[in-house]
Design a protein around this ligand. Sequence first.
Ligand code: PGA
Length: 225
Amino acid sequence: MLVAGNWKMFKGPAETARFLDELDVPAGVEAIVCPPFPSLADAMGHGVSVFAQNVHWANEGAFTGEVSATMLLELGVEGALVGHSERRQLFGETDGTVRLRCERALEAGLRVIACVGETETEREEGRTEEVLRRQVAAIPRHDALVIAYEPVWAIGTGKTATPELAQAAHELIKAEHSTAVLYGGSVKPENAAELMALPAIDGALVGGASLEPASFAAICRAAIT
Ligand code: PGA
């Protein structure tokens, strides 16, 4: 089981080090934290895997505000999130750029958590399957890549997908792409065990509830119950 904490734009270097000093991860779970870029160095050496929240496809160049896979590897970062819905919705990320970022990161030797998920409108319009198939088709096949299914309407809203709905989406993704699939979207200590007990769910990508060591550790424990 894999439990990844996406910290988004929270926690500077000092808070990152404090969090990880306090965090107690049970055996049998791989815990990953994804701090903001300036906090990556301070996340190293605490016994958890450290991923960036994004990675560019070029090695270097005139790409203001971007960071390359080689720079992350030099720092000791193990992997990166790619295509998070906030990147897709707020920063113009497309299936094309998601593919480029994934390919280059994997080629360079990073692991990748590639994110997919339908919006509320797409679900209401009955387009969930089409959207997931299209997003998954853009994601390369590789041993070092896992997919995270995060329905956009469940992110940060407190609305979690029902177990049936999550299971169905994960089955669809796995039929298109043989990989582990994490569930994300309002995962909390209270709902984590039920979700992660589903056969098609291989772990969790956690936002808000990953910001406190106690709740992140509780979700890690739920992953192995
Ligand atoms: P949430 O975020 O757990 O706060 O809903 C999940 C994510 O955005 O990865």
